[in-house]
Design a protein around this ligand. Sequence first.
Ligand code: ATP
Ligand code: MG
Length: 391
Amino acid sequence: MRCAIVHYHELALKGRNRPFFEGKLVRHIRTALKGLGIARVEPLQGRIRVVLKDEARWEPVKERLTRVFGIANFSLNHAVPLDLNKPNLEFLKSAAGEVIRDIPFSTFRVSTRRADKRFPLTSMDVDRAIGAHIVALTGKKVDLSHPDLTIHIEMMARQSYVAAGKEQGPGGMPTGVSGKVACLLSGGIDSPVASYRMLKRGCKATFVHFHGRPFVTRASEEKVREIAELLTRYQLYSRLYLVPFGEIQRQIVLGAPAPFRVVLYRRMMVRIAEELARRDKCWALVTGDSLGQVASQTPENLGVVEDAAHLPLLRPLIGMDKLEITEQAQQIGTFETSIEPDQDCCKLFVPAHPSTRTSLDYIRKVERGLDIDTLVKQGLDKTELAEFTYP
Ligand code: ATP
Ligand code: MG
């Protein structure tokens, strides 16, 4: 029988929360592997076992598991029966010979763990016996410190598992264990990375995008739809709210001095996003701000923008360099879409010299001249919803 054995980070999942975390992870894996010929996904003594049907291919299963948060590592295994009274190493030997068949290597080691200590042989005994068998079979050398390949053997109550190599999972916490957050997605490089980092910590994300229609074409919106779709590969279902912002910006332009527009736009975005966040029961707002990157991200302006929020305003990238953010965008697959040229609402009515040190008192005074509630309502009324599912 072939199966994937999935290990999660024991530290993150320890304690009273464990059944809750494990349940979320099992259900997420089930959905993520839909259509790939999976017989069962089940918790099994601190691990999760994914049983493959005969027709299942390993490559696509592997590809999807690398995006399931909460997985520390996983491997393809051959399971063999284990009779405690009659320890039969022959089964283990043939399974070991089987798993290494298509794998190129010149040095190897065997690493055995006994989950069931009733088995009379120690892990070292098993390491030696299987190691000797592989040497006899292939003529390859044992290297205990830097092997090309490690053959992992796990001995459980009724079965043993033999695996060649180990795949890294993405780590993090299972999707959904940390509640829901509303991520402001701009179509730039940073906000998809900020969203990813919250997804990785176990949050589900609702996305909110402000577009410049009718003053710009649909370009930024199309990009954001694509990015939402890419991020959906990690959480399997996403909602994206598309808020028309061009008219609101025009009103701000009419009622406020040019240098303060950018901060006023951001405060309006925060207010509207917060209403949508409450609709979806989100506990926080998330932006891709990084300290000092642009005028709206100076120490003074970050505070002035945050003042408009009542929910926590999270900025997971605040201490990261552009270079670090860019690397992560490449890793998670959103970079190429983010750098496509677009017409973003942020490029509409942008002042030549935005204020970098806005005072909160002053901004509040300017806002008294605007009908904030009506502007928020106007944005919400025309908001559209797009939904995405994966696979
Ligand atoms: P990004 O690369 O994410 O666009 P940025 O470095 O260009 O970020 P800003 O344009 O100042 O910085 O935006 C800061 C954050 O504000 C963004 O990361 C995003 O979370 C939010 N934001 C900006 N514009 C929009 C928008 N049109 N729709 C939704 N959120 C936005
Ligand atoms: Mg931007």
